[in-house]
Design a protein around this ligand. Structure first.
Ligand code: UD1
Length: 377
């Protein structure tokens, strides 16, 4: 029998992929670890999933659970059901999950019920807004995991307040920023600037990047129309590139909202193309969690179209401004940036490209072998 610790790493949705890439790369360098990759299939479109694997050199998953889309209960329940036989067959020493999507909580619940320890990467983030599905996923996953890998100080405090033992908590930095720093030179060779006509002989034009997919922003037609009205006003002054998430596309097709030609709706982009655009943008407008962190690492002003954030260090230290969803506030904040008065910031401690190394070092040091899962009855 092998002496290596078998670790099953889980991905499900697009934002999981830049987080898992550096962890898998690091695990593959370590002879003590036998890494396996399981995709739940929560995201399945070419440009929400496959392109990320190719561009980031993530090995093809050994197993794909193929759960697809559904209600929260359907998606979570299907993953629970389909992952249990995989754990029984593979008998891993540890299951590693990232982020806050439905795949994260579903897999964690299946694992702990079988006595398999869970590691959660990006633990402790809290928006304190229980109407967000991700907040529920975060709180529950952190209650189950015994390795809690944390990106920022506030997250440590949140976990301690929730009674998680201090020895479970490890402040290691940010694996998504590992990916950003690793891939930035390659991303900047992308031709996306020429393709979108944002680059001429002299360099890049001023432009904004917009992403919008939170249910609270796009599922209500009224809210979506208000947000796009504000963004349309900004687009009269500066081009805004808007790679549209399928959830949002679905709503837009229903609504038939008209927009200024400088608001450029395009298909979701690959990781490298998006990173290239973000790194050259004048500003970002977003309701994503990850983009708040990426803009802080890149020093690009970010206007977050939400009333709260689970990533407060991007506001206290970084370039992020919470502008909410009020149209006049959004327009005023964008105009301030266009006047050259955008928020400046600093990179948070440990967002240095080495978070995955720290995580894997801790797991190797923990001596996971021998804690095989119990049979389920
Ligand atoms: C999920 C995550 C969210 C994350 C986001 C990134 C949860 C609760 N939410 O939200 O935290 O920020 O991913 O994208 O896990 N669809 C496709 N193709 C796909 C996948 C989805 O067309 O490959 C469409 C389907 O119509 C589906 C809808 O998008 O119903 C929503 O997908 P889902 O996975 O439920 O949630 P996201 O909004 O993507």
């Amino acid at each position: 029998m092998s002496d290596r610790s078998k670790i099953i790493n889980i991905v499900g949705a697009r934002p999981n992929l830049p987080k898992i890439a550096p962890i898998i790369r690091e695990m593959q360098r370590r002879p003590e670890i036998e890494p396996l990759l399981v995709h739940t299939g929560q995201h399945y479109d070419e440009n929400l999933s496959n392109i990320f694997f190719r561009q980031m050199g993530i090995p093809a998953p050994q197993i794909n659970l193929g759960v697809g889309s559904g209600t929260h209960a359907e998606q979570t329940g299907e993953i629970l059901k389909r992952v249990e036989p995989i754990f029984l067959e593979q008998r891993p020493d540890l299951v590693l999950v990232v982020g806050d999507v439905n795949s994260t909580i579903a897999v964690s619940l299946a694992a702990v019920k079988m006595g398999i320890p869970v590691a959660h990467v990006e633990a402790g983030l809290r928006s304190f807004d229980r109407s967000m599905p991700e907040e529920i996923n975060r709180v529950l996953t952190d209650a189950l995991a015994e390795y809690l890998f944390v990106t920022e100080d506030d997250a440590v405090d949140n976990l301690l307040r929730e009674g998680r033992p201090r020895e479970f908590i490890h402040l290691v930095g940010n694996v998504m920023i590992d990916s950003l720093l690793h891939f930035l030179p390659l991303a900047q060779q992308s031709h996306i600037g020429d393709d979108l006509g944002l680059r001429n002989g002299k360099g890049w034009e001023y432009f904004g990047v917009l992403t919008l997919h939170r249910p609270s922003n796009v599922d209500s037609m009224e809210k979506l129309a208000e947000l796009l009205g504000a963004i349309d006003t900004i687009a009269q002054q500066v081009p805004i590139v808007f790679p549209v998430h399928p959830r949002t596309q679905h709503r837009l097709s229903q609504a038939g909202i008209k927009h200024h030609p400088q608001l450029r709706l395009i298909q979701p982009l690959g990781y490298l193309e998006f990173l290239c655009l973000l790194s050259k943008a004048t500003f970002a407008l977003t309701d994503s969690g990850g983009i708040q962190e990426e803009t802080t690492a890149l020093g690009i002003p970010c206007l977050t179209l939400r009333e709260n954030t689970e990533r407060p260090v991007t506001v206290s230290r970084g370039t992020n401004l919470l502008v909410g969803t009020n149209a006049s506030r959004i327009v005023a904040a964008a105009e301030q940036i266009l006047r050259g008065d955008g928020k400046k910031g600093q990179t948070p401690p440990l967002w240095d490209g080495h978070a995955a190394e720290r995580i894997v070092e801790i797991l190797v040091g923990a001596g996971l072998r021998g804690r095989r899962c119990a049979d389920v009855t």
